[in-house]
Structures are given as C-alpha cells and as structure tokens.
Design a protein around this ligand. Structure first.
Ligand SMILES: [Zn+2]
Ligand SMILES: [Zn+2]
Length: 145
C-alpha cells in the first residue's frame, strides 16, 4: 500500500479488515474519482471475488461516517463516492445530465477565502466543500442539435 494511504488509514481508529482495505485501495487507485457503489463493488470483486455487495455498501457508509469518503446524491442517478478532498484538492464539479460525464475544476484556496469574506459569514469553519453544476456537455449539445 502507498505510504500516504497507509498514513490516512492509520489516523482513523478503524479496524482494517482485508475487505475494508481492498475497498479503500480500489477507490484510492481508481482513475475515475467519482464511483458509484456498483462500480466500486465490481472493481473490488475482481480483486476479492468473495466479497458481497452488502459488505461493500456497509464499508462505504462507514468510510463516509469516518470522513474518508464523501457521498454525493445526484438527482436521477446512483450516489457517487469520492475521497474527501484534502486542502489542496478542492474542486468544482460540472456534471453532464446527458452522458454523466464529470469535469473537475480545482478551486484555489484564495478563491474560497474571498468567497467567505464576500458572503460576510463570520466564525465559520469549512470542513467540507461540495460543489456541483449541472448541465450539458459539448457532445450532448451537438447530439441534441
Ligand atoms: Zn470530485
Ligand atoms: Zn454529455
């Protein structure tokens, strides 16, 4: 396991069963950062054929409770899971309602601080940022004419 992942895991007072570790590494090593439970299950099953869907669901819920993952409930779609963003990995999401493609745009820390200033919110600590824009991508707009 990568040292960064091992460190992240070690900090959590979780019992790391082989199942949990496999689910975690599947998500951590996936190119697609926004997986559905079904996709995570199928990938995990390739490594650990005996694992059941219920175990994967339970593990995902646990990871959400522990702040390892965040779950996005998107309208008309299966929920997607993503590693909770570190400070240096905060991004907006643009999701296409036509094909489900997700585009990520990083948010600069300065942008967030000035946003907070502009919004005139005092004594507030942000621990989690979730930002989704919905619309249609170039390809889908073309297809619709
Ligand atoms: Zn994301
Ligand atoms: Zn599209």
């Amino acid at each position: 396991m990568e040292p960064a992942l091992a460190e992240k895991i070690r900090k959590k007072q979780l019992q790391w069963t082989p199942q949990r570790e496999t689910v975690f590494s599947v998500i951590a090593n996936s190119n697609n950062k926004h997986l559905t439970a079904e996709e995570i299950f199928l990938k995990t099953k390739k490594i650990m054929p005996t694992i059941g869907l219920a175990t994967v669901y339970r593990t995902l819920e646990l990871f959400c409770e522990e702040g390892i993952l965040q779950k996005f409930n998107l309208p008309g779609e299966a929920a997607r899971y993503e590693m909770l963003a570190e400070d240096n990995d905060v991004h907006y999401h643009y999701i296409c309602l036509g094909c489900g493609k997700i585009f990520e745009v990083p948010i600069q820390k300065e942008t967030i601080s000035s946003q907070i200033e502009n919004d005139n919110i005092r004594d507030f600590i942000i621990t989690k940022i979730s930002c989704w824009y919905f619309g249609y991508c170039k390809d889908c707009m073309k297809r619709q004419g």
